[in-house]
Design a protein around this ligand. Structure first.
Ligand SMILES: CC(=O)N[C@H](C=O)[C@@H](O)[C@H](O)[C@H](O)COP(=O)(O)O
Length: 231
């Protein structure tokens, strides 16, 4: 059986549960509890950042976990699992899938090869976080198991949009054989349905479910906009 089909045999929702050190929910078992809540409500997978949360969530839930490590490297724009060190740590923490940057920046399409090979040799699948169609095509050639639209809008040359990049999801689904995971700025159930209609195998939703500070800010902005209307 193809690795990706074994990991996520059905289409569905993957919830990204992440809180970096500067975010209010960072620390302790908060993120693990978020993951448990998501699974209790029907999510089929979790995407999470960092060794602690990957390991903790793996102990707590039975669904596949996509692991990444966000790491700032001075002078580099690549921050999602930038080096082999992070790949090794994610594999050791027990993730089922390693997510990493497969963008066309800083020679990454060449530099990422040993990272992909390491994960695959360890029996762990790879999700390529891309920002454009061309990067998705390149990622498939590199032998990844999933392609995510995660970084659309986060590279200088990709589509900059407020909402999800449905066009990229659709283009990739038409051209690649590996499952495409729609990810990035999916805020409503309708967005998620549309991503699946575009051909996505799965949908990752993060902030709209697990970043209460951003959810709150949207309500506050909407209310302040509506109260200023007509004044
Ligand atoms: C660009 C970047 O750093 N994305 C990260 C990747 O793991 C996460 O911070 C996002 O929450 C995740 O991609 C889900 O997206 P959204 O939160 O928009 O649903």
């Amino acid at each position: 059986m193809i690795v990706s089909n074994r990991i996520f045999p059905d289409k569905g929702l993957i919830v990204s549960c992440q809180a970096l050190a500067y975010e209010p929910l960072h620390g302790g078992d908060t993120i693990t509890k978020m993951a448990i809540a998501a699974i209790e409500s029907g999510a089929i997978g979790i995407r999470t950042n960092g060794v602690f949360d990957i390991h903790s969530i793996k102990q707590a839930v039975k669904v596949p976990v996509i692991g990444l490590i966000k790491q700032d490297i001075p002078g580099s724009e690549i921050f999602i699992t930038p080096t082999i060190r992070e790949v090794m740590a994610i594999v050791s923490a027990g993730a089922d899938v390693v997510a990493l940057d497969v963008t066309n920046r800083e020679g990454r399409l060449e530099a990422v090869k040993p990272l992909i090979e390491y994960a695959k040799r360890a029996g762990v699948a790879v999700m390529a976080d891309v920002s454009t169609y061309e990067e998705g095509i390149a990622a498939e050639k590199l032998g990844v198991d999933f392609i995510g639209t995660t970084l659309s809008g986060y590279t200088s040359y990709s589509t900059q949009a407020e909402g999800p990049d449905f066009e990229l999801v659709q283009q990739l689904c038409e051209m690649v054989m590996v499952p495409v995971i729609a990810e990035g700025r999916i805020w409503t159930p309708e967005d998620a349905v549309r991503a699946i209609q575009c051909g996505a195998a799965n949908v990752v939703v993060g902030s709209a479910i697990t970043r209460p500070q951003l959810i709150t800010a949207r309500y506050v902005a909407a209310l302040s906009k509506s109260s200023s209307v007509g004044q």
